[in-house]
Design a protein around this ligand. Structure first.
Ligand code: ATP
Length: 231
């Protein structure tokens, strides 16, 4: 199985495109945002570390993390942002790798990794064979974000500016999915990219690689066991 990174700017349409891949083509989608919420649930190791580093002030009375408060703190303090990233990113990465292994065992040709900050954090970049950026123009992005999150223009613009520019992401990726028009047009673009991914034989190369690694390892283990008298 090979991996496809799906990314883009905030509110450009990643979830919309991921849903089309999943529901219309049956592609497995591993969503970094969902994992990011799961790894900080009460009782998880990252939750405990956040409590140690940020104190009780960033928790609601229910025990859950007060995302708004934590968001304000890290948005205005780079050191704290790094501290939070150092806690959360490794936890997300290991859960993601675990989900990838489980998906690979089901025999899929490829899996989509929906990672908003694929190019910013670069954590999963070495693992993806192809990357897709969902694109819309700046005015649309601002309007969609303001409407969806009920934000004023200044707040929405601040969130957009905190990410790498969409233009730069488009330069770095393998495929761009244009989401500037109607959903039916976007569906057509997803179809085209899906066909290109299906035509790839990277999964065969990766399976061969695993086989070449696995066979000598197994033979070496058997030889050692025989030599030491275990077998
Ligand atoms: N082609 C489109 N035309 C009109 N509205 C759209 C289109 N695509 C997406 N939207 C709307 O734009 C908003 C953002 O879309 P979506 O949630 O898919 O973006 P996202 O990139 O996943 O966001 P985030 O970065 O926050 O995860 C949603 O309200 C969605 O319904």
């Amino acid at each position: 199985m090979f991996l496809v990174g799906l990314t883009g700017g905030i509110a450009c349409g990643k979830s919309t495109v991921a849903k089309i891949f999943k529901e219309e083509y049956g592609c497995p989608v591993i969503d970094a945002d969902i994992i990011a919420r799961q790894v900080v649930e009460p009782g998880k190791p990252a939750y405990t570390k956040i409590k140690e580093v940020f104190g009780d002030g960033v928790f609601l009375s229910t025990g859950e993390i007060n995302r708004e408060k934590l968001g304000q703190i890290i948005f205005n303090d780079e050191v704290k942002r790094h501290q939070l990233n150092a806690i959360v990113h490794p936890a997300i990465k290991s859960e993601m790798l675990w989900q990838i292994v489980c998906t690979a065992l089901k025999g899929h040709q490829f899996a989509i990794l929906d990672i908003p900050l694929l190019f910013e954090t670069r954590q999963m970049l070495p693992f993806v064979s192809f990357s897709i950026v969902v694109y819309c123009d700046e005015d649309q992005q601002l309007a969609r974000l303001m409407q969806r999150n009920d934000l004023d223009e200044q707040a929405a613009q601040a969130r957009i500016s905190s990410q790498m520019s969409l233009k730069k992401k488009c330069e770095l990726c393998t495929y761009v999915i244009d989401n500037t028009m109607t959903l039916d047009v976007t569906r057509d673009h997803v179809k085209q990219v899906h066909q290109l991914l299906q035509a790839s034989n990277k999964h065969l190369l990766l399976r061969l690689g695993v086989l070449f690694l696995f066979v000598p390892l197994t033979l070496a283990t058997v030889a050692i066991c025989k030599f030491t008298g275990v077998l």
